[in-house]
Design a protein around this ligand. Structure first.
Ligand code: HEM
Length: 229
């Protein structure tokens, strides 16, 4: 399904929103939550790696991977490698991001996997992994037969958008959950930190909206097309 509109202005808005979401999450974690650390007495700093790697890695890299076919006027084979590489980076950073949430829980003596957010989070990363491996094997190496590729492509695109939207929804739940924890331990409900976290979640959702719109828009002419003329 295509929207019949050019992707170009939409992809620019998507890039800008991705940068803004990353900057906002960093401003929150560094200015209000004490920064990020892999090892520290203050276990909250270990937790802080989780939202950063998820937003910057899984969501922003994942979204950029999805729109790579629409954002870059390059040869199809080059775009395929960019798509695969960005998704690989998103998946790897997402796995490390989830690991840090477990690390924080384990080092703080908090139970694992008790929330809807965590259950959906496991679902997202498992589905993302399956989607990446299937795409690699069918479209890259060793590659499926032309019939299998033709059959798989629309399902790959649909399933990819589904997993991405689920990831954005799960991240939104994560922001909500963290802010609710903070507010229940005294954080001002209308204070600047609460507004920043809610606003960061809204920008993340808008990034997701523009990724989906860009994915449904028309790609720019590829370098192959110019060569063919
Ligand atoms: C697609 C995005 C995300 C995924 C896949 C994800 C995944 C997970 C998983 C699997 C856990 C459970 C760790 C454990 O039980 O030890 C967790 C915990 C947590 N995450 Fe996320 N997360 C995402 C985004 C976020 C974001 C953006 C925030 C914002 C602060 C966040 C906040 C939390 C919090 C507060 C916990 C600890 C409480 C709990 O287990 O629910 N998450 N996350």
């Amino acid at each position: 399904m295509g929207l019949g509109i050019p992707a170009f202005p939409l992809t620019i808005v998507t890039h800008v929103l991705g940068v803004v979401a990353t900057v906002l999450v960093l401003v929150w974690l560094v200015n209000f939550r004490g920064g990020l650390a892999w090892e520290d007495e203050n276990k909250q700093l270990i937790f802080n790696i989780h939202p950063f790697l998820i937003v910057f890695g899984l969501i922003v890299h994942g979204g950029e991977a999805i729109i790579s076919y629409k954002a870059l006027p390059l040869k199809k084979e080059v775009k395929k490698v960019v798509h695969l590489g960005l998704h690989g980076a998103a998946l790897s950073l997402g796995i490390i991001g989830i690991y840090t949430a477990f690390k924080y829980h384990n080092e703080s003596g908090i139970a694992n996997l008790y929330s809807l957010h965590s259950w959906l989070g496991i679902g997202v990363i498992v589905l993302y992994g399956i989607q990446w491996i299937y795409g690699f094997v069918i479209f890259f190496y060793p590659g499926g037969t032309p019939d299998i590729r033709r059959f798989s492509l629309p399902w790959h695109a649909l399933f990819g958008l589904f997993v991405f939207v689920l990831a954005v929804g799960t991240a939104t739940l994560g922001f909500l959950e963290k802010l609710t924890f903070l507010e229940s331990t005294g954080l001002d409900k209308y204070g600047s930190e609460a507004l920043l976290v809610n606003f960061t979640a809204i920008i993340t959702i808008l990034f997701g909206v523009f990724v989906v719109l860009s994915a449904l828009a028309d790609a720019p002419a590829a370098a192959d097309d110019y060569e063919a003329i």
